[in-house]
Ligand binder design. Structure first.
Ligand code: BTN
Length: 254
């Protein structure tokens, strides 16, 4: 991967999307020391004071789904496994380097001690996918990004042993290369490459009572039974019916 470090930029996601439009090959990583117009999910802003966080975007070109295998690389409006894959890589890196207990709230919020420590925003740019990661590292309480439904934290506030961003970045890119490579090699089969199992193991949502705010404005309440091989969250409602959700904001109720 080629790493492009910028002192200050608007949004690394916008930068990587622009590179994608210019035909830049996959593997580009744009890192910003300071991001002044960071984007979050659902039109939120992503606040990250200078040098307090790990703020980066990766340019990926997973290609079109294989019709024979039928794997869902990027069905319209969703990104298949990529954002979840990035979440697994991030959880792995944070656990290893900062020695905290990191888990994932479906689909890809990184939780440390039940608080959100990182967010991931995937966006399409033509046939490329940009995966942006914002990790709160040494961020102080009053400078945390706004979140909905779950309070925010940083590695500093969560008592991490190291707040050094370089080893975090290196571990993240290594984990990312391993999972992305394995997933590609398996033809995008999350079960075969071990990604599904690893995701399920790290997912704090499974087994919880949840409320899901659906993209269309609807809502679903029930127990999060599992995450299936397409990366969808399976919700069991009180009447015993199973619903599969491919996008939405999840609140852990209990
Ligand atoms: C969320 O709302 O949870 C997603 C936040 C994603 C923030 C990151 S920071 C790097 C990249 N560039 C952006 O503008 N957003 C993402």
């Amino acid at each position: 991967s080629r790493i492009d470090i910028r002192d200050e930029t608007g949004s690394t996601n916008a930068d990587a999307a622009e590179a994608a439009r210019d035909g830049v090959a996959e593997g580009l990583v744009v890192v910003a020391e300071q991001q002044v117009a960071g984007r979050g999910r659902r039109d939120r802003q992503w606040r990250s004071p200078a040098r307090a966080g790990l703020t980066l975007s990766m340019l990926l070109r997973p290609g079109v789904p294989d019709a024979e295998r039928g794997w869902p690389a990027a069905t319209p409006g969703t990104f298949g496994w990529l954002p979840l894959l990035a979440g697994v890589a991030l959880a792995e890196a944070v656990t290893r380097v900062a020695d905290v207990d990191a888990a994932l709230k479906w689909p890809n919020d990184l939780l440390v001690g039940d608080r959100k420590c990182a967010g991931i925003l995937a966006e399409m740019s033509g046939d490329a996918i940009v995966v942006g990661i914002g990790l709160n590292v040494s961020t102080r309480a009053e400078e945390l990004p706004e979140t909905t439904g779950v309070p925010a934290t940083s590695l500093r506030l969560a008592g991490a042993t190291s707040l050094d961003r370089d080893p975090l970045l290196r571990a993240l890119l290594r984990a990312m290369e391993r999972w992305y490579g394995g997933w590609r090699e398996s033809g995008g089969d999350a079960e075969m490459c071990g990604l599904l199992g690893e995701y399920q193991r790290r997912c704090a949502t499974i087994g919880r009572d949840v409320r899901v705010l659906l993209p269309g404005g609807g809502e679903l309440t029930g127990e999060a039974a599992t995450v299936d091989r397409d990366g969808q969250l399976v919700i069991r409602t009180v009447d015993g019916a199973e619903h599969r959700v491919s996008a939405g904001d999840v609140l852990h109720v209990r």
